[in-house]
Design a protein around this ligand. Structure first.
Ligand code: TYM
Length: 328
């Protein structure tokens, strides 16, 4: 059976971008594949979070994973730092990862620009840790959003390189998985770019009805089309993209026709969009809130997941050590 793996950094609550880019696929794939879904707390250290924030954010993602419908009996849910074998594999991969290729990664270059006084080695080697996360369970499919494409390229490259150096066919090349035809990029509602926590334009799964409405009503638009069938400018196109994701096709077509006939009233569109986002989030929100106060249950899930993930990772590490030439 093929193996699926993916992870999310614990840097706050999950937003609609995380859900539609990744978590939605997790829930579907757990029915058919051997699945590992983890919380990438080591990755979050690149920004030097306070210990209390790590504890809180890890617990948040754990309850949100389960609230979204990931079933700890079907999929292995675990916390990255509970599986130390990953760090050992990261070390081995780093020995064959080169400065030039790591420096060329777009997200690294962005970080160099945005946080010049914290360009740490963890940021530089982010792709080798991500590759270790993936290949430690010999994953074949990795459900991720569009923004992870370059990291996925690197993971494939590092897996191939390991096989080549040691003359083995050991690690499979992990493929990105998308439920839709193309990789998903959920837009922000601030006019441009993608939805993201650091962009400050996110709608979170736990946002209540009032908050959702406030955020959507504030979304950037324009003066409206002046000619029939005109191309939508990015802020407006983003609203329609959100509608395509959360609303019915009829609703989307209705507003799209209104736009094409120059009869669109953005206030109506936003009101409908806010309602549809809320209808989508409400049941998930309720489950998250119910689970998040049950510390004993969350602890049990984390322990169970750590055990299963460690077993799988330890097996890989035993084999990798032998391939490299270390004592078993
Ligand atoms: P992270 O934590 O930034 O995001 C988690 C997942 O959510 C997706 N995502 C989006 N998808 C579509 N539209 C958006 N606006 C949007 N925003 C976020 C991301 O593509 C991602 O799938 N490096 C990873 C975490 C990671 C990982 C891994 C993933 C570490 N190791 C191994 C897969 C396999 C990250 O920072 O994702």
């Amino acid at each position: 059976m093929e193996t699926v793996l993916s992870g999310i950094r614990p840097t706050g609550n999950l937003h609609l971008g995380n859900y539609f880019g990744a978590v939605q696929s997790f829930v579907k794939l757990q029915e058919e594949y051997k699945c590992f879904f983890f919380i990438a707390d080591w990755h979050s250290l690149t920004t030097h979070p306070h210990p209390e924030n790590i504890r809180k954010s890890v617990k948040t993602i754990l309850s949100e994973y389960v609230g979204c419908g990931i079933d700890p009996e079907k999929a292995t849910i675990y916390i990255q730092s509970d599986v130390r074998e990953v760090a050992e594999l990261y070390l081995y991969l780093n020995m064959n990862a080169y400065l030039g290729e790591l420096e060329r990664v777009t997200s690294f270059k962005d970080k160099v620009r945005s946080q010049p006084d914290n360009v740490n080695a963890g940021l530089l080697t982010y792709p080798s840790l991500m590759a270790a996360d993936i290949i430690i369970h010999k994953a074949n499919k990795v459900p991720v959003g569009k923004d992870q494409e370059q990291n996925m390229e690197m993971a494939r490259k590092f897996a191939r390189r390991f096989n080549m150096i040691y003359g083995v066919e050991y690690f499979p090349e992990p493929a990105s998985f998308h439920m839709t035809e193309k990789a998903m990029k959920v837009p922000g509602l601030d006019g441009s770019g993608k939805m993201g926590k650091s962009e400050g334009n996110a709608i979170y799964l736990i946002d209540d009805e009032k908050t959702i409405k406030k955020k959507v009503m504030k979304a950037v638009t324009d003066g409206g089309p002046t000619q029939p069938d005109s191309i939508k400018p990015e802020p407006v196109a983003n609203l329609f993209t959100m509608m395509e994701i959360v609303s019915t096709k009829d609703t989307y077509d209705y507003f799209n026709d209104k736009y094409n006939n120059c009869e669109i009233r953005y206030g109506d569109l936003k009101k409908q969009l806010a309602e549809d986002i809320n209808a989508f989030c409400a049941p998930i929100r309720e489950r998250i809130l119910a689970i998040s106060s049950d510390d004993a249950y969350l602890e049990k899930i984390a322990r169970f997941g750590a055990e299963k993930a460690t077993e799988s990772a330890a097996k890989t590490l035993r084999e990798v050590r032998e391939i490299i030439g270390f004592r078993p």
